[in-house]
Design a protein around this ligand. Structure first.
Ligand code: FES
Length: 576
């Protein structure tokens, strides 16, 4: 056996000619594995989030088979293993509650097994960050393969986008502009192929983050799930991960500060989801990369949003792929001197080498910088007495006239309170009010649900008004839009000032100045705080109690305090 083979992690399991080696090899052989697969070749774990209950990832067993082909071709030994799968549309109370749990599953599964390199099969929203976070804490050679978006939704002769058009149709029904029968008819046309949401929602955003951070191969983000080129990519990924093991190209060599900066700028250019903020902050924390909430504001501020996709714009991921996808965007960033060109990617080349010749085939979908959808994209971070640790807004999804606003607060103390009262014709609210939602943050919900884009009251919608200022400690679906201030930190349940807001208080918003202010005196706030009681975990035990006790605030990525950091792949107290 060569020195390189002896150094492989898996050799500690499959190498020894003794009782332990017998145990590790013999049971694997019940799957028909030939002897030579244990000869010191790289063992590649294929970390699969397939589940019938995660419809966006339901095609992943096929994808895994294609990865295996590539691994075999390159002389590796593929082993597929399941981890927790987080299906956004089905999990209650919210898939985000389980992101950290899934990341623990991934980290421990990788470390516990004879794996030299990992392919992460990611798709639906939280499956991408949870797998990346878990793998980062082990830091083996790792490559992400996204499952790809669904084909464009179709309804009565026009394209409709996952999520985005659901919110629109729902508002239209409430405004009396769409019948319930038509609403139900749209359902099948929206999700008509394998794959994840095809708007620039969280899944497509995170797939684009994978590509721009360098953790995925070029074109990873946008190839539709149903396109044969997705399978080609899977096979190439299988080949490539074997080489990454030979090159010892670990995750920490790719996910650097420079790579994170590239991802943040890409997020601004594509009009990506606000959810990327908490996910990338958490990922940075796992690898010790110095990244803060303010980096999001500063790095994205001068980047124009050029990708004209829903929810900010008009088109969908299928159009984005045909137009040139993320490579065309990265080329634009590089040409505008907004790219760390030397950042290394999983294929061993730099991000610039990969993308410098990328074509843009449709300047309606990927617009030129001088004809951008929004001159200043990115995520704005708002501070003030209501959010001393920051709150965020996505200007590309907001109404320009509302970005500077002063209004009277109408407070909902929970999402249940909101649902119970929002349709009440006697609710004292008009379009100039500021809707405030409390106790929907990391601890408060728990799980920081995607409820920050709470719908408008029907009596306002019926006037033809489609947007109002909304403030919460919650998140918002990446497919949603509006003048919605999210991730307020500290959250209400952690004693943030958000908990002290009352009906009738005046709130000032000035996005340009990055400021948000509750116009109530410090003395009055101190008096209100004396009457405030910190909530307890809704569940007295189990995972949810662990979550409540250890979850960090939004400005720190909503990770668990004890999961921050890289613990490596060495098995502690290995008795073998
Ligand atoms: Fe899975 Fe949108 S619900 S990606």
């Amino acid at each position: 056996m060569s020195d390189e083979k002896k150094k492989l992690r898996s050799t500690a399991w499959f190498g020894p000619a003794n009782k332990d080696g017998f145990l590790h090899r013999s049971w694997m052989k019940n799957q028909g594995v030939p002897d030579d697969n244990f000869d010191g070749r790289p063992v590649i774990g294929i970390c699969n989030t397939w589940s019938d209950l995660t419809p966006c990832n339901a095609h992943f067993r096929d994808l895994a088979e294609r990865v295996k082909r590539g691994v075999y071709e390159a002389g590796g030994f593929p082993v597929e293993f399941p981890v927790s799968s987080l299906g956004e549309p089905t999990m209650r109370p919210t898939a985000m509650l389980f992101r950290n749990l899934a990341s623990m599953d991934v980290e421990e599964a990788i470390r516990a097994h004879p794996i030299d390199g990992v392919v992460l099969l990611v798709g639906c929203d939280k499956t991408t960050p949870s797998l990346m976070m878990g793998a980062a804490s082990c830091d083996l050679p790792t490559i992400c393969l996204s499952g790809g978006p669904m084909l464009n939704g179709k309804f009565r002769g026009r394209d409709i986008g996952s999520g985005t058009d659901v919110w629109k149709f729902d508002q239209a029904v409430k405004a009396g502009e769409m019948s319930l029968d038509d609403f139900m008819d749209a359902e099948s046309g929206m999700s008509r192929s394998v794959g994840h949401c095809m708007t620039m929602g969280t899944a497509s955003t995170m797939a684009s983050m994978v590509e721009s951070i360098g953790m995925g191969m070029p074109e990873n983000a946008a190839i539709p799930a149903a396109d044969a080129r997705r399978y080609r990519l899977a096979q190439i990924v299988g080949r490539r991960i074997v080489s990454m093991v030979h090159e010892d190209l670990k995750m920490s060599k790719i996910v650097t500060r420079a790579a994170m900066e590239n991802a943040i700028r890409t997020n601004a250019a594509i009009g990506g989801s606000t959810n990327a903020v908490v996910h990338l902050l958490a990922l940075a924390g796992r690898l010790g990369v110095d990244l803060t909430l303010d980096d999001w504001d500063q790095l994205g501020r001068d980047v124009p949003t050029v990708v004209d996709l829903m929810p900010s714009g008009r088109f969908l991921m299928e159009d984005f792929y045909y137009a040139g996808g993320v490579p065309a965007v990265i080329r634009r960033l590089g040409e505008a001197d907004m790219l760390n060109r030397d950042a290394v990617t999983v294929n061993g080349q730099t991000i610039w080498e990969n993308n410098k010749d990328a074509d843009n085939w449709d300047e309606e979908v990927i617009r030129p910088f001088d004809n951008a959808l929004l001159a200043s994209g990115g995520i704005a971070v708002l501070r003030g007495n209501l959010s001393p640790k920051g709150a965020i807004i996505k200007p590309s999804a907001a109404t320009p006239e509302l970005m500077k606003h002063r209004g009277r607060a109408v407070v909902f103390t929970s999402i249940e309170d909101y649902k119970a009262r929002i349709e009440d014709p006697d609710l004292d609210i008009d379009e100039n009010c500021v809707m405030v939602l409390q106790y929907c943050g990391p601890k408060g919900y728990p799980g920081m649900a995607e409820v920050g884009n709470m719908g408008l009251p029907p009596k306002v919608l019926q006037k033809g008004i489609t947007d109002m200022v909304r403030i919460s400690d919650a998140r918002m679906s990446g497919t949603a839009y509006g003048t919605v201030i999210l991730h307020t930190a500290p959250e209400a349940a952690a004693g943030g000032v958000l908990a002290l807001v009352q009906d009738g208080d005046m709130i000032e918003l000035d996005v340009e100045a990055r400021h948000m202010h509750l116009d109530v005196s410090d003395e009055e706030l101190a008096r209100r705080r004396e009457n405030w009681t910190a909530p307890e975990s809704a569940m007295p035990g189990g995972y949810q109690k662990l979550y409540f006790d250890h979850v960090l605030q939004a400005d720190q990525g909503v990770d668990f305090d004890f999961l921050v950091g890289c613990r490596g792949a060495e098995v502690p107290r290995d008795s073998h």
